[in-house]
Design a protein around this ligand. Structure first.
Ligand code: CU
Length: 118
């Protein structure tokens, strides 16, 4: 009986390992990109970065208030670069690839409403 329990525990351990390997970023796959995201201040920085940080495919996200450039480390096997841009746009911030929806943009606090290219 003891060995049956042991095998069962082993199978569980394998399943847990496989499951977590498929749902969170794998360091072997990581890719780093840097691109422009429009915003103004520290509040924007928080909003931009947290639009990505909840996602298990994102290893890190760091937006620079001065240069308006974001550096994202992500696992391209789980998330596409287009989706990364889209998540930021959904928070109200234009990226060099994807524009935020007008309604979402207007909901940003006044100080965060960056100049948009017409
Ligand atoms: Cu702001």
């Amino acid at each position: 009986m003891k060995s049956t329990k042991g095998i069962f525990a082993l199978i569980c351990a394998i399943l847990v390992t496989l499951f977590s390997a498929n749902t969170s970023a794998n360091p072997l796959h990581n890719e780093t990109v840097t691109f422009k995201v429009y915003g103004n201040c520290e509040m924007c920085k928080k909003r931009i970065e947290s639009s990505l940080k909840g996602n298990s495919a994102i290893v890190s996200a760091d937006w620079n208030v001065k240069t308006k450039m974001i550096k994202v480390v992500y696992d391209p096997h789980i998330i596409t670069l287009d989706k990364v841009h889209q998540l930021i746009a959904e928070a109200g911030h234009d990226t060099e690839k994807v524009k935020a929806n007008e309604v979402t943009y207007k909901k940003l606090p006044g100080c965060c409403q960056y100049d948009r290219k017409k």
